[in-house]
Design a protein around this ligand. Structure first.
Ligand SMILES: [Zn+2]
Ligand SMILES: [Zn+2]
Length: 260
């Protein structure tokens, strides 16, 4: 399995993942042009994509989906309520949240998250004995999410804000309330707690995602992580960025340097 977070943050979100013989995007918040460009940077031709999976209808997640889907004749998968917000795509496929669906050797599942939209989900993608989980735009960690990330080899997980930086930043009070609410975004500490309780020898790759540009920075996020975790023990422990894609990260089953 290989993946790269092409863009992550309040402006645009998109993750590339190659699992088994299939290639997906989770969300398509970049313009089609930027998506193609960033895929090119990691050596992937957009013509080889198979499908786009959508988490929720905020424009930073679906802004490029219509053009991208039609240009490359890509089916777009979403649950029913979210699908109502997706227009002008090549082919819209509706799934039931928490019902698995398959693409040959790849199993895709979704789980409900808590966020201020109609029916948000995170994704679990499993292939060749590797479990990839992505959850961003999460107001709070629920028992369902804890269950979803259990046994993950890869976690792409929201680490949106530093609680102190959010209190001190120049956002209007209402926006601060929204972000910090149970339907907003997950803090660095919330993210660190979830990772810490999900640790097992097979959890080798962690990408912190959806970092706020105004109330967070990679240094602050990683500082909080170090209070909860020995991040050196992971093969990958990095922050995704809205500016450029992460490297194309290869995940191999059984790859672990965790001494637990
Ligand atoms: Zn978002
Ligand atoms: Zn959102």
């Amino acid at each position: 399995m290989r993946f790269s977070v092409l863009s992550s943050g309040s402006k645009a979100n998109s993750t590339f993942i190659e699992a088994g013989s299939k290639r997906f995007l989770i969300d398509c918040g970049l313009s089609a042009r930027q998506t193609v460009l960033r895929l090119g940077k990691i050596g992937i031709n957009a013509e080889t994509l198979d499908a786009i999976l959508i988490t929720h209808e905020h424009s930073d997640h679906i802004g490029g989906v219509s053009v991208m889907s039609r240009k490359f004749r890509l089916p777009v998968y979403a649950n029913k309520k979210t699908a109502a917000f997706i227009e002008n795509v090549f082919d819209l496929q509706i799934f039931r949240t928490s019902s698995k669906f398959e693409f040959e050797d790849v199993v895709v599942n979704s789980f409900s998250t808590v966020h201020d939209v109609v029916d948000p989900v995170g994704y679990i993608i499993e292939s060749e004995g590797i479990k990839f989980v992505q959850a961003t735009d999460i107001g709070k960690v629920t028992p369902l999410m804890r269950h979803a990330v259990r046994g993950a080899n890869v976690m792409v997980i929201e680490s949106n804000h530093d609680e102190q930086m959010l209190r001190d930043c120049r956002y209007p009070w209402e926006l601060k309330q929204r972000i910090a609410s149970t339907h907003g975004h997950l803090s660095n500490a919330g993210c660190a707690e979830l990772i810490a309780e999900s640790i097992h020898p097979g959890l080798t790759h962690v990408v912190l995602a959806h970092l706020s540009e105004n109330s967070n920075c990679p240094e602050a996020a990683l500082k909080t992580m170090r209070e909860y975790l020995d991040i050196q023990q992971f093969e990958t422990f990095i922050c995704a960025s809205v500016e450029e894609p992460t490297p194309l990260i290869e995940v191999i089953a059984g790859q672990s340097k965790l001494a637990i």
